[in-house]
Structure formats: structure tokens, C-alpha cells
Ligand binder design. Structure first.
Ligand SMILES: [Zn+2]
Length: 487
């Protein structure tokens, strides 16, 4: 029935024959429910101690990374650092991509970059059998902060429509505008190789390797403008999605993902940071509801980040995904904020140790030191690994069911167990309840509960954090959803 996992191969799993009665108490609401309720179900999920032997012990097996399927492995193999180099070198060749630079010079300025990205995506889309559609959503930004005169802001977008669930959308983005030392300087060279041709290269490379494939959900490959002037391009597209009621279930911005050498000269080419906020400032109504039950560490953005950690780790991508429980670095921001403001889960990838001599700096040599955001400081193999992390996350999301909806925890009476309910998704083959001690950063335990819409677990909601995730073909899982108290 899918209640117990037959592969107890982990140190945390108890040896055979030690299954306790602690476990799933009941699951109901679906076709499988009748078989899951009662003693069989309770005994099928063995208890396991928490990590490091910490308290409390409880039901379920250890939560493990998700194995990549054959198609995802093929996608990751096809990601090519040589094409990434070509994208970055081409974008740098336009001299500056400042948002206030020329929009109609074919060789220099942001217009040349916009047109080249569009042409690349249109060429890629010809391989998609009509499933990938390219457009250039744009608007005229009236004078505002860092925008002195009315300025057209153009994003370049390739949308790969999903096969079975096209209304569910995941977005990967980089910004193609660049800047020099003076954020209003639209004339000086502003190569922007790392910030953020590297992120645009990730979007383009993933578009290339995914265009010929058929995800269930829709994937959007985006290059936005106006980031350095104030997140104008991403705000425009995120608000358009919001106004259209688009169901964006995850957005990643890749911004400054180009260099593996830090400002102290040390190299770390196996780490990428993923910044994910807890609460909006000021908090939204959803945030306040989570905060009321101390769920500030379980925002949709953080569940998305935990998901990336589970599907895109070192064994799969060659990269360690280091989630940072923070919106962004101090004094910095990025295009994920636009999507968060629009109410969507979003997070930011950035290299592990930035060298600020190579960001937002005029190209020059000073005291023998080279300043400027030049291609020579980019590590193409590193960027390819960042693309693999994004690819593993996006493909895993877009080939699994969506994040469970309407997940609630029953708090009508004082009990020492936990009843969770959610709305069943016909596309889901089953569900898993995940949990962790409140002091653990990531899910430690998983309890398969079958194709149901509720489950009662013999573990107190007072002591741990619960989540619910959906399962699809091949056991592919959705991000977890945090339950709010039922009203
Ligand atoms: Zn940037």
C-alpha cells in the first residue's frame, strides 16, 4: 500500500523486526484509505530516532535525496560549458548593457543584447516542435528612481509549455542589463560577465537542453532588464503573472553565479548559495498565519529551497547547494524579490564568495589590480554546475505533481497525535508526510501515506514541524507544504 518503505538501509532506520506501533495512525480520503486505517498501517511505518539521536523519536524512515531519472541525467550531461562561455562572451561584446544605453544600435548597448538573446531563444525554440514560445514582454517605465527619462524595459522570455499540467509554471531567470561604477553611467564599458551574463547563460543553456523535451508543467526561461536600476523588468513580468492569475510555483534567479574564486584568492568551485527568505517585510497575511504557529522557517520559499537541496545535491550535480535562510546578502537584492512580492515562492542562487572588485566597477587597473566584471574572472565549468543545479530543480519540479494545496493541521482539541488534511490532486499517485524536530533545518523523516487526503500521525504537532508532499510517476515528489491550523 505504500505505507512502509522496503529499503531500510540507513543508520537511522531500525533493524528488521523492531518496528514499533508508533507510526501512521490513520489515513483517509482516497481510494486507498480503507486499507491504510488501523493496525496494519500503524505497524507498517517503523519508528526511527531523530538525527544525532535528538528528541523526539517518531515514525517514518529517514528522508533521503531524490534519485535523478534517466532523462534528468541526460539533461545534466548535455549542459555544456563551451556554450555558456559563448553566451557570456557575446553578451560582453556589446560593450555595455546598461538599461539606459542604446536600444537600437545593433552592436553596442542593451538593445543589441536584447535582440541577440531573442534570436538565440527563437533558434532554440525551432527544436521544440512548437512547444516553446518566445516573446519580448516590454513596457515604458516612466521617470523613477534611477530612471531619469521614459525608458522601455524589455524582458526576453521562452516558455516551454507543459504537456499535462501547462497551467503550473516554474521560472528560471537572469538579468541581462549591466552597470559600471556609477549606476547612472550608460556610456562606459560595463561587461557584466559575472553580473549577470552568467545568469542569462544559465537560462539560455537550460532552454537549449530542455527545448526538445516534454515536462508535465511549464518552464519559463527568462532574461530580464532593469535589475540594476531597481528590479524593473522582473517586477513587470511577476506582476503580469499575478494579474493573469498564473500559478507560478517556483522561481529562481541566477545572479552572480560566474566565479569560483573569492576575494581572498581561495577557490570553492563546488558550492552555490541559495538565498531563501522566511517572512516578507512587512509580513503578508499568510506569513502572519504561519508566524502564529511559529512557522516562520517554513515559507513556500524555504520549502522550495529545501526541495532544491534534495534533488540537486553533490551526487547529482557535482555541487553542494548551501541554503541560506535569508532573503539576500546584506545591502543587496535581486529579481527573486519581485516574484516574492507578487506572492510566489522564489529564491536566489549566487556564487559562494564574491570578489567586489569584479562587480559594479569601471574596468581599470588600479595599484596593479584589475577591476571590472570581465570574462577572465568567470569559471565556465562552475557555471555549468550551477546550470545543472537549476536544471535538476526545474526538471524535478516540472515532472512531479504540484505542491499540495489547502494543507491544514487539525487543532480542534488537545491531542498528542497529529491529523493533517489537504486537497487531493488527481495527478498525484500518493502523498508523503514529512517531519523534523523544530531545531532541524531540513526534513529528517518521511512517512508514505498513500493516495489519500488526510492522515493521522502518532507524533505530537507540539514537538515537530510537519509538511505534506505529493508523489508522482517514478516516485518524483513535490516540494512540501506547511500546514496551517484548520479554521
Ligand atoms: Zn546582478
Amino acid at each position: 500500500m505504500g505505507i512502509s518503505d522496503p529499503t531500510p538501509d540507513a543508520p537511522l532506520d531500525p533493524p528488521p523486526g523492531t518496528a514499533t506501533r508508533r507510526g501512521l495512525i490513520a489515513a483517509s480520503g482516497g481510494l486507498a484509505a480503507a486499507g491504510l486505517v488501523g493496525g496494519t498501517a500503524a505497524e507498517a511505518a517503523p519508528g526511527a530516532p531523530s538525527p544525532r539521536g535528538s528528541w523526539p523519536s517518531g515514525p517514518g524512515r529517514r528522508n533521503r535525496p531524490q534519485e535523478p531519472g534517466a532523462e534528468l541525467r541526460a539533461i545534466l550531461r548535455e549542459i555544456d560549458p563551451r556554450r555558456i562561455r559563448r553566451t557570456i562572451e557575446t553578451l560582453v561584446s556589446f560593450g555595455t548593457r546598461h538599461t539606459l544605453s542604446s536600444q537600437d544600435d545593433p552592436r553596442r548597448g542593451i538593445g543589441a543584447a536584447r535582440d541577440w538573446i531573442e534570436a538565440e531563444l527563437r533558434r532554440i525554440a525551432t527544436t521544440s516542435g512548437g512547444r516553446m514560445v518566445v516573446d519580448v514582454p516590454s513596457y515604458v517605465q516612466q521617470p523613477a528612481s534611477r530612471i531619469p527619462t521614459p525608458t522601455r524595459i524589455s524582458n526576453v522570455r521562452a516558455t516551454l509549455h507543459g504537456g499535462t499540467d501547462p497551467d503550473r509554471v516554474y521560472v528560471v531567470s537572469g538579468h541581462y542589463d549591466s552597470r559600471a561604477s556609477d549606476v547612472m553611467d550608460a556610456v562606459s564599458d560595463a561587461p557584466g560577465a559575472d553580473d549577470d551574463a552568467s545568469g542569462v547563460a544559465v537560462s539560455l543553456e537550460l532552454a537549449r537542453v530542455m527545448a526538445t523535451r516534454r515536462p508535465d508543467a511549464t518552464i519559463v526561461f527568462l532574461a530580464v532588464a532593469g535589475e540594476e536600476q531597481g528590479l524593473y523588468g522582473s517586477t513587470f513580468t511577476a506582476q503580469q503573472y499575478r494579474a493573469d492569475g498564473t500559478d507560478v510555483q517556483g522561481m529562481f534567479t541566477n545572479d552572480i553565479v560566474g566565479a569560483s574564486r573569492g576575494d581572498d584568492g581561495s577557490v570553492d568551485d563546488r558550492t552555490v548559495r541559495l538565498f531563501a527568505e522566511g517572512l516578507r517585510r512587512p509580513p503578508t497575511d499568510d506569513d502572519l498565519a504561519r508566524l502564529a504557529v511559529d512557522g516562520e522557517n517554513d515559507s513556500p520559499a524555504r520549502e522550495l529551497a529545501r526541495f532544491v537541496g534534495e534533488v540537486a545535491g553533490r551526487e547529482v550535480t557535482g555541487m553542494d547547494v548551501q541554503v541560506v535562510y535569508r532573503l539576500d546578502r546584506y545591502l543587496r537584492g535581486g529579481d527573486h524579490l519581485s516574484f516574492l512580492r507578487a506572492g510566489y515562492p522564489a529564491a536566489r542562487f549566487t556564487e559562494p564568495a564574491e570578489d567586489f572588485a569584479h562587480q559594479h566597477q569601471d574596468v581599470r587597473v588600479e595599484d596593479g589590480r584589475q577591476y571590472g566584471d570581465l570574462v577572465e574572472f568567470c569559471d565556465m565549468d562552475y557555471i555549468a554546475r550551477v546550470a545543472r543545479v537549476n536544471g535538476a530543480a526545474l526538471w524535478s519540479l516540472a515532472t512531479a505533481p504540484g505542491t499540495p494545496r489547502d494543507v491544514v493541521v487539525d487543532t480542534a482539541a488537545l491531542t498528542n497525535d497529529t491529523t493533517l488534511r489537504w486537497t487531493r490532486d488527481p495527478a498525484a499517485t500518493g502523498y508523503e508526510v514529512v517531519w523534523r524536530p523544530t531545531t532541524e533545518p531540513t526534513w529528517t523523516h518521511v512517512i508514505p501515506v498513500g493516495a489519500v487526503s488526510s492522515a493521522t500521525i502518532d507524533l505530537s504537532k507540539d514537538d515537530v514541524v510537519f509538511g505534506v508532499r505529493a508523489l508522482g510517476a517514478g516516485g518524483r515528489r513535490s516540494p512540501a507544504a506547511f500546514p496551517l491550523p484548520a479554521r
